[in-house]
Each structure stands twice: as C-alpha cells, then as structure tokens.
Design a protein around this ligand. Structure first.
Ligand code: UDX
Length: 429
C-alpha cells in the first residue's frame, strides 16, 4: 500500500469530520482542529455534533488514529498535509466569505515541514491562486497546493467519500497531485487530475447542473398541471435516456440545503464579478424561489384566504434523513403562511430549527396526526418515510378541512381523494 500520512484537518464541521474520519479509516493519522471549544469537547467525549449515518461508528473505530483539538501546535506537529475544510458562507455582497480560509492559511505560517495544503471547502474560482500567493509570501513556496472539492450529499457522506463517482484533484505540480491521489488509496473511484482553477469550477458547475435539473423538472411539472400531463410519467421516461439519466428529476417544492442555494448564488456572483451574467443559472434560482411561493398560492386559491387558517407542515428539514434546516423550503413556507395571517402547526422527526423566526411563532407536534388535528390544510414538505405510515383516513376526519398539498408527490392521488381529501400535488393531474 501507499505510505500512511499525518494529516491536519482544519474545521470539524460537516466536511471536516467526514474527511478526517474517512482519512483515518484509510490508515492515516489525522488531527482535526476546530476553534469551537464545545464542539471539540463533544467530539473528544465520543459524541458527534451532526447526524450522518456511519460517521459516529467510524470515528469511534479509528480513535487511535483520529484526534480532535483546539490547539494549533498539536494540529501541525508532524503534519505533512493540511486539509482546509472550513465553511465559506455567503457574505453580504453575495460573494463567498473566505475569512475562515484566510485565518487557517495564516495559522500555517511557520509550518515549513508541510508537503501540501489542500482546500476542500467550496470556493470561488481563483481562490487557490490567492492561497498559493499567500503561502509564497509566508516563506512556504516549497509547500505544494491542491484543490480537492467534495461532492458528498448529506445522509450518505461516508459512502460518497469512500466510493465517489470521482476524486477531483487540481494541482499545478504533478508530485502534489500524486501525493493527494495516494492519500486516497483504498477509495473506490477514479482520480481526475487537472489545474486548480478547473477543479474549483467542477464543484460549482456540478452543483449548478444538479440544481438546474430539478428546476427544469419543476417547470415541466407546472406545465403538466396546465396541460393535463403527468410529470411523474414524463420524468420516468425522460430519465431512461442514458444521456439525461434518471437522477434529480423528482419534482417538488424546490431544492434547499447547505450547498445548492449557497453554491448557485456564489457561482452567479462569480460570473457577475467577471462582467458576465449567467442567464440560465439565474432562471434556475428564480424558478426555485417561485416554486415555494406557488405552493402557498395554490393553498390560498383553494381556501379563499389564509388569514385565520391553521396550516400543518409535515417535514421541516430540507430533505429526509438529516436534521439540517439550512435553506429548507419549509422556512419560506412557514414565513409566508404567518405573513398571510395563518397559524402554523408542524411536525418533523429530527429538525432543530432553533429559537428563530418563523419557527418561534409555530407549534411543534410529536406526530403528523397531532399536527393535522383541527387544521384547515396540510402540506407535505419533506418526504420522510414516516409519512407513508400515517393513518390518513383518520387524520382527514380530525381536520377542520381536509385540504392536502403534497409538495413531494409522496402519496397516491386517487387514494387520497377517495379518503375525502382535496388533494393537490406537483405536476400530476
Ligand atoms: C448536494 C449535492 O448532491 C452534493 O453533491 C453536494 O456536495 C452538496 O449538495 P445535499 O445538499 O446533501 O447534496 O442534498 P441532495 O440530496 O443533493 O438534495 C438537494 C435538494 O434538492 C434537496 O432539497 C432535495 O429535496 C432536492 N431535490 C433533489 C429535489 O427536489 N429533486 C430531486 O430530484 C433531487
């Protein structure tokens, strides 16, 4: 096998934890550093601050090779490779906020024993070149640089790391690219090496194209509603064309999460900064915004008004299998409903929305049935499997008005209508 490496991972967030744990699983010695004392304390006690299948077990299994610290010196001692996995949230200008990246780069000054600095965080194209210059200026010209973007989806991050569709490595230097490729020895996926800027672009382009597929099928769904076609049939047959593929053609109330909204906005901003307006991507974002508002409009049309109505939201997280509320469509729906004067009751098995608006003005229930009791309408927002088990007949009877908007096409239209629901979904007749 390839040599075991000593790796310093900066950032114990979603990506840093998955990267650190998986590199340890591959046999490397890994120190993960974070500046949040609570997070580090939690990790040291064997707990994981995020929900991700397989991650907790992997961290425990590799505790000999995987440590967590606040201490910079301990992180860098003997380190050969520094992985930058800090977050790059949107800033007020719409550009990605790279301040956390710069603070890590600054902390590397003096780490002359490093072989390479690798940025895994999602960054604007050109960031690597700037990090390179900063390293040169800090007397680290001999330390290599690589971009190594991640393509992991929440809920399957460990599997995505260990069996990826591709490992993208951007590096100016062949030896550095080889070092990072060797670090992944044992990972089951093709390595694709390119220049740094292209590697940075791959990440942004991939997410934008995935978001485009969803917005596209959502627009077709709207047109299906207007023409009497069934988008589920359309998507199934369109997806059988191997050039198009079956994935990311599920219509719904729009995409959310920690990546698509942030990265598509960052890519649009990146283009604007060069003087070019990305027209297609702008439309993709706009369609996604509209998709959430259309759901509310449909309810409003059905109920006449939303003022004084009680609406139940089932599922709050941006997708099932996660506790992540970032850019969840439910937040827009709840906010719009409250703005229209409705009362909002909700259910979700995992969400932790926090003590913020609109959530402080809603009522959380332990079961979907409880959330629906006495409601004038219900919206299926997130396709949690638990919703398949609901006694929908009984739930209909408990509602003031059995109006159901199925935002994920989870339920059977004819069956729900037979139970007495005024049933609406996305793009189905
Ligand atoms: C995504 C990318 O898949 C991943 O490669 C990237 O690294 C990070 O962003 P993630 O945000 O975890 O991962 O979620 P994903 O499962 O891709 O879903 C994103 C959003 O699109 C969700 O809100 C989901 O509900 C929505 N979606 C997805 C659809 O509405 N229709 C689909 O067909 C697929």
């Amino acid at each position: 096998g390839k040599p075991e490496r000593q790796v310093a991972v900066f950032g114990a967030g979603y990506i840093g934890l998955v990267t650190g744990a998986c590199l340890a699983e591959l046999g490397h010695r890994v120190v993960v550093r974070d500046i949040d004392p609570d997070k580090v304390a939690l990790l040291r006690s064997g707990d994981v601050p995020i929900y991700e299948p397989g991650l907790g077990d992997m961290i425990v299994r590799n505790k000999e090779r995987l440590t967590f610290t606040l201490d910079l010196e301990e992180t860098l001692r003997g380190a050969e490779i520094a992985y930058v996995c800090v977050d790059t949230p949107p800033s007020a200008s719409g550009d990605a906020d790279l301040s956390r990246i710069w603070s890590v780069v600054k902390s590397l000054e003096g780490a002359a024993h490093l072989k390479a600095v690798v940025v895994k965080s999602t960054v604007p194209v050109g960031t690597g070149a700037r990090v390179r210059s900063a390293l040169d200026a800090a007397g680290l010209a001999h330390v290599g640089y690589a971009a190594n973007p991640e393509f992991t989806a929440e809920g399957r991050a460990v599997a995505d790391f260990m069996r990826p569709d591709r490992i993208v490595i951007g590096a100016a230097d062949e030896a550095v690219a080889q070092l990072i490729a060797d670090l992944h020895d044992g990972v089951d996926g093709p390595v694709v090496v390119m220049d740094v800027r292209s590697a940075e672009m791959v990440k942004l382009a991939s997410n934008a194209l995935l978001a485009t597929k969803i917005s596209f099928i959502n627009e077709i769904a709207t047109l299906c509603e207007k023409t009497g076609a069934d988008v589920e049939e359309v998507a199934r047959a369109v997806g059988l064309d191997h050039r198009l593929g079956p994935h990311f053609l599920r219509p719904g109330i729009g995409w959310g999460g920690s990546c698509f909204p942030k990265d598509s906005e960052a890519l649009r901003q990146l283009a604007s900064n060069t003087g070019y307006h990305l027209q297609l991507l702008s439309a993709v974002i706009e369609v996604n915004n509209l998709q959430k508002r259309r759901a509310i409009q449909k309810l409003k049309d059905e109920l006449g008004t939303l003022a004084g109505m009680r609406v139940a939201l089932l599922g709050l997280t941006f997708k099932p299998g996660t506790d992540d509320m970032r850019e969840a469509p439910s937040t827009v729906l709840a906010g719009r409903l409250l703005a229209e004067g409705a009362e909002v009751s909700c259910w979700d098995p995992m969400a932790r929305p926090g003590e913020v608006e609109p959530w402080v003005s809603t009522t959380r229930h332990a079961t979907p049935e409880e959330a629906m009791a006495g409601a004038d309408a219900v919206i299926v927002v997130t396709e949690w499997p638990q919703l398949k088990e609901v006694d929908w007949a009984k739930a209909a009877e408990s509602m003031r008005r059995p109006v159901l908007f199925d935002g994920r096409n989870l339920l059977d239209p004819a069956g729900m209508r037979a139970l007495g629901y005024t049933y609406m979904s996305v793009g189905r007749p």
